[in-house]
Design a protein around this ligand. Structure first.
Ligand SMILES: C[S@@+](CC[C@H](N)C(=O)[O-])C[C@H]1O[C@@H](n2cnc3c(N)ncnc32)[C@H](O)[C@@H]1O
Length: 507
């Protein structure tokens, strides 16, 4: 097949329809993207280009490999380059950003006045970074309100090429196509013909990372997708099948703290896709808010009723039937199957995202002692997913007093410290954990990431190398302990993607 270097693929028709019919559901399962027969030409074109990139003889061989090899992140990443739509620009859908700064952030500040003062934002499907950096710029402009709150902005995408560009932070005029001039003038420096580089103070506010919303586990403490205050996932769900979009929304619900917000694009508003959330209508946009457990998001309050009716005027996504989730809003009293211990019951509630119920079930089994370490660890995860980091930390400190030589406890304390923005103390805790067990994969992984954030690239590379060596002892599909379900091959691939961008020196 002649896929010319000009990147204009041959017309479709060379791949058997039978093969395309098998590929299409696989692409949906593994990437979430929807390819009905009308879009098979795009699929074939993508395989043509990916086959060239990865050195396959032809796209058919590449497609067969994709079908027969479930663990092939390299292929998924390469396909993402050609199958995803990366259209984005600064302050896109500016009304949503106005609501974010004028309504959402002030509400979070007000509500959290006496509690844990921090802000966690996730831009899921961030493409080349314009959305995430817009968020960073707006929050930087609100510094006087946020005082010294630690702000974390996580930006994730499935397309590694887009992520590389995002990390560079260099843009052309096209990325500012509807942006007011102040944004470019104040936060960018010209660095060549039609090239603008983001200033370092804003660039360092965003952490970019690979995450496939269709396949990767979240919420997850080790990759910091838990306890989010706001998730932006705009112009992403629209490319997913309704089934997958519902699953992703459900997992976002678990990744948010109570009262947290999911922000989608106006064209993704729907009556049926977000049944766990309260739909709140603002002029020009509908946002989705996570309610406290036991609150029916479609409940009787006038405000909510108005909010739900508001979404009726918006074109829904093409969901064929009413979601079963609509009928099963999380109930405060969830029946526990007979024969389960309280610990197992609490764990299963936690896995369903019913954090408050899990906490209630587990509470009688504490305080921490040498005998109930697994209960303590589960309770810490429950707290961390609710954003109660101080409580998680206090519990861990009690547990460490009861069992000082338990490396897992020091490692978990380090994760909480990182969430609290204290990389220095986290590194001390991780070194303690490794002193007790030098084979702790996630401790090396965290030290490598902290090293990266601190610009200690040599140290970071050393820890990544140690993780890779330790991973040799795992089967590719084996789940890494304490990782919230991450399989060995995924961690390996994350490291490959991350280390590809690390410089040589300790700059
Ligand atoms: C149109 S862009 C949206 C960018 C930005 N959110 C905005 O609204 O301007 C869609 C992004 O979703 C990403 N995407 C598609 N499928 C994904 C998946 N399964 N997991 C993570 N990201 C995905 C694409 O790579 C692309 O960068």
């Amino acid at each position: 097949m002649n896929c010319s270097p000009s990147r204009i693929p041959e017309p479709a028709g060379k791949m058997p329809e039978e093969l395309l019919a098998r590929l299409s559901p696989q692409i949906t399962d593994r990437m979430g993207l929807y390819f009905p027969p009308a879009r098979w030409q795009t699929l074939e074109n993508a395989f043509c280009l990916v086959a060239m990139d990865l050195g396959f003889q032809d796209p058919v061989a590449c497609a067969n490999w994709f079908i027969s090899t479930p663990i092939s992140r390299e292929l998924v990443e390469s396909l993402a380059v050609y199958l995803t739509v990366g259209e984005t620009y600064f302050l896109r859908e500016d009304r949503s950003f106005e609501i974010f700064t004028d309504e959402i952030i002030p509400e979070i500040i007000r509500k959290r006045g006496g509690g844990e003062q921090r802000l966690r934002i996730w831009s899921a499907g961030c493409a080349t970074g314009e959305e995430s950096y817009s968020i960073a710029i707006l929050l930087a402009r609100m510094r006087h309100f946020l005082h010294d709150w630690p702000i974390s902005i996580l930006a994730t995408d499935i397309n590694p090429r887009a992520l590389r560009k995002a990390k560079e932070g260099v843009y052309t005029e096209w990325s500012f196509r509807t942006t007011p001039p102040w944004l470019k003038e104040r936060y960018f420096e010209k660095c060549g013909h039609n090239r603008w580089a983001l200033i370092p103070a804003i660039k360092k506010m965003v952490d970019f990372s690979y995450l496939n919303l269709a396949e990767d586990p979240y919420p997850s403490l080790p990759v910091h997708t838990n306890a989010m205050d706001v998730i932006f996932c705009r112009n992403v769900l629209m490319y997913f099948t309704p089934d997958l979009a519902r699953k992703v929304v459900e997992r976002f619900h678990r990744s948010l703290v109570d009262g947290g917000w999911l922000i989608v694009s106006p064209c993704e508003s729907s009556q049926v896709l977000y049944p766990q959330f309260k739909a709140v209508k603002f002029p020009g946009a509908v946002f989705y808010q996570k309610q406290s457990p036991g609150t029916d998001p479609q409940g009787a309050s006038a405000h909510e009723a108005q909010a739900w009716s508001a979404t009726r005027s918006v074109e829904p996504l093409p969901v064929k039937e009413r979601s079963p989730l609509l009928k099963s809003v999380p109930a405060l009293r969830t029946p526990v199957p007979q024969g389960q211990t309280d610990f197992e019951a609490a764990r299963s509630l936690y896995e369903k995202g019913l954090y408050l119920q899990a906490e209630q079930k587990l509470a009688p089994l504490l305080p921490p002692s040498r005998q109930n370490i697994r209960e303590t660890v589960l309770m810490c995860h429950i707290h961390a997913n609710q954003g109660k980091l101080a409580e998680a930390r206090q519990l861990l400190e009690q547990a460490i007093l009861a069992d000082k030589l338990n490396p897992g406890l020091h490692n978990l304390r380090a994760m909480i410290l990182q969430e609290q923005g204290d990389d220095h103390e986290a590194a001390v805790a991780l070194k303690r954990a490794l002193y007790l067990d030098q084979d702790l994969v996630l401790a090396h992984f965290s030290l490598a990431n902290i090293g990266l954030r601190q610009g200690k690239h040599r140290e970071s590379r050393r820890h990544f190398a140690q993780v890779l060596a330790l991973l040799d002892r795992y089967r590719p599909d084996e789940v890494i302990p304490e990782s919230d379900g991450m399989q060995a091959w995924r961690l390996r691939e994350i490291i490959k993607a991350t280390t590809a961008g690390i410089g040589q020196g300790d700059e």
